[in-house]
Design a protein around this ligand. Sequence first.
Ligand code: SME
Length: 162
Amino acid sequence: MSEQTPDLRATPKPEAWRQLAQQIASVLEGTTDDITAMATISCLVHHAFGHLWTGFYRVVTPGKLLRVGPYQGTLGCLEIPFGKGVCGTAASTKTTQLVPDVHAYPGHITCDGRSASEIVVPVFDRMGALIAVFDIDSEHQSAFDADDQVQLERILAWFRHP
Ligand code: SME
């Protein structure tokens, strides 16, 4: 792992999130390109925690369709309709979905059979419009909690930039 993409798995979570948020803010300083930010956030979060899949589904037809990318990890489904699976539910309800056990989630979309738990956070622009959802999948059950939700929502507030 390069020094630029630190592995924070051995770091206590609050400190890991602090370092990660600081690094993301510093790498993105001066950038206003949303895709560049999505690629950078996917990369840094993925390598910090070593999850199965970390990335964005972008809103391509508001209220109807999400399309994948940028992301890191194993192959993701290309498109997800609003309301389908965890990502589609986060998009249609505009609320974060914390799923401790994906097998107990009705309609979960299985892209990688090893996925056991996930968190999906809606991403909004400055006008409050939904532009994407950010999905992290783990091969461990209950990998995410309310603290992760708060930290991720804070990092993803970047997309509310002018
Ligand atoms: N787990 C997601 C599908 C996308 S991926 O696993 C990359 C869901 O049910 O929304």
